[in-house]
Design a protein around this ligand. Structure first.
Ligand code: S3P
Length: 172
């Protein structure tokens, strides 16, 4: 069995659902944003110094390394990972789960978006405004990559984890 890979927009709960899923399945949890920070420092500072293009290149490299893990893991990807064609290609060999959210749910989760420069750099508009535009752009990519889509109606972390485990068992 391959990795379970969680994708979806910022604020969809990829990290929290990933941690619960990993615990329930007895697998390691790998959060690509956390590895990014461990290797390169805070994402906000990386964006400010190197820019988004460099961030995407470094993220693509890191995601490729982490998906190639020796043990089947639960891997939570940063929300923009699917913009890389190379990453989308790698995802074809994984069990990919999209976590969908409504705008209201995302708004509550992202708050002031202090650690998410794509939502705040160069604008004083509320972070949810940019979130909406980014989600509209990326939604087709999430859907294209996903083997399973967890609907926004399943709002709690526990509902989401349960749904994913049940769907995986049905697939076997
Ligand atoms: C980003 C999402 C973030 C992080 C970075 C860029 C994006 O991850 O990788 O700030 O472009 O959607 P989360 O989806 O975990 O917030």
């Amino acid at each position: 069995m391959n990795n379970i890979v969680l994708i979806g927009p910022m604020g969809s709960g990829k990290s929290t659902v990933g941690a619960v899923l990993a615990r329930r399945l007895g697998r390691p949890h790998v959060d690509t944003d956390q590895f990014f920070v461990a290797r390169h420092g805070p994402i906000r500072e990386y964006f400010a110094v190197h820019g988004e293009e460099a961030f995407r290149a470094a993220e693509e490299q890191l995601v490729a390394e982490l998906l190639d893990s020796p043990r089947p893991s639960v891997v939570s990807l940063g929300g923009g990972s699917v913009t890389s064609a190379a990453t989308r290609e790698l995802l074809k060999t994984q069990f990919v789960v999209m976590l969908d959210v409504t705008e209201a749910q995302a708004k509550a989760r992202i708050g002031d978006a202090a650690t998410r420069p794509v939502l705040t750099a160069g604008t004083s508009a509320p972070p949810i405004e940019r979130w909406k535009n980014i989600y509209a752009e990326r939604e087709p990519l999430y859907r294209e990559c996903a083997d399973l889509i967890v609907s926004a109606a399943e709002a709690t972390i526990e509902d989401r984890a349960r749904h994913i485990i049940e769907a995986m068992r049905r697939e076997r």
